[in-house]
Design a protein around this ligand. Structure first.
Ligand SMILES: C[S@@+](CC[C@H](N)C(=O)[O-])C[C@H]1O[C@@H](n2cnc3c(N)ncnc32)[C@H](O)[C@@H]1O
Length: 260
């Protein structure tokens, strides 16, 4: 069942790629500017000489940004269209990068290499049907001295819904933070172009902060920090949102976990 939903999501993502090749700041990346924002760069730290696996890498803009900063990179994503662009970009930039097409839920069987860093950011956990499996996958990919870093939308933000059911409306707590059902959307909307809707059903999952952190602890990792931020994806994020509004509730969060 989850597999069918994930395949529907893949079709949606395939359908957004052509637009993202226009709307992401690819020209800046090709000119040699890493697109990962300063907050994430400072929290991840120096990556030079490190092997880095980027889970849910999309068209590879952040993956290749880490390569510009000195990492040996591998991107993993389910969308063949996204990976086609990622591979073309790597070639154009003269970067040796590996891009693997896989459902992240199958990565434990498909990828046996170990990495110093596993990285994931900006629109990740809502696509994961099983947070505990995801955490075990991250641990599987890490070498024994490695760490995982995630920056993503805060689960609390998704209970703030406006009348149209859109997330992030201030002071309107209408959703159920503890809900267990999968969210089904008629159409896959785009965060870079409000006009674009790919006509496939898409499915999203919701994980509470407790479920997320406990999954990583149970998978054999120790949390080094957990930060919550009142800004959504902001500050010249590689791809899209440069809105810097500051809210009164947590919009994004990040955490780092080391292998134990
Ligand atoms: C919001 S994008 C991630 C954005 C990315 N951080 C960036 O820089 O553009 C989500 C990505 O997750 C991928 N994805 C969704 N479900 C997946 C799954 N089950 N396994 C692997 N990749 C998946 C999609 O193909 C898409 O490229």
């Amino acid at each position: 069942m989850a597999h069918r939903m994930t395949q529907a999501n893949r079709q949606g993502w395939d359908g957004l790629v052509a637009t993202h090749t226009r709307t992401y700041h690819i020209d800046r990346l090709i000119a040699g500017t890493p697109l990962v924002n300063d907050l994430i760069r400072s929290e991840v730290g120096d990556v030079s000489g490190k092997s880095l696996a980027h889970l849910l890498c999309h068209i590879g803009t952040d993956t290749l940004s880490w390569a510009l900063l000195g990492a040996r990179v591998t991107g993993i994503d389910i969308s063949p269209e996204a990976l086609k662009v990622a591979r073309q970009l790597a070639q154009q930039m003269g970067i040796e990068a590996d891009f693997i097409e896989a459902d992240v839920m199958d990565v434990m069987e498909k990828v046996n290499r170990k990495f110093d860093i596993v990285f994931s950011s900006t629109g990740v956990l809502c696509w994961i049907p099983d947070i505990r499996h995801y955490a075990r996958t991250v641990r599987h990919l890490l070498n024994d001295t490695g760490f995982f870093y995630l920056h993503d939308g805060h689960p609390f933000r998704s209970v703030l819904l406006d009348e149209a059911g859109e997330m992030g409306a201030p002071n309107r707590i209408q959703g159920d933070y503890f809900r267990k059902e999968v969210w089904r959307y008629a159409g896959m909307g785009d965060y870079t172009d409000p006009e674009l809707v790919v006509p496939v059903n898409s499915f999203e999952w919701h994980w509470t902060m407790g479920e997320i952190i406990t999954a990583f602890c149970d998978a054999g990792m120790r949390i080094v920090f957990l930060h919550e931020y009142p800004q959504y994806f902001y500050g010249g994020y590689s791809a899209y949102n440069e809105d810097e509004s500051v809210e009164l509730y947590p919009c994004t969060f990040s955490f780092k976990a080391v292998a134990e």
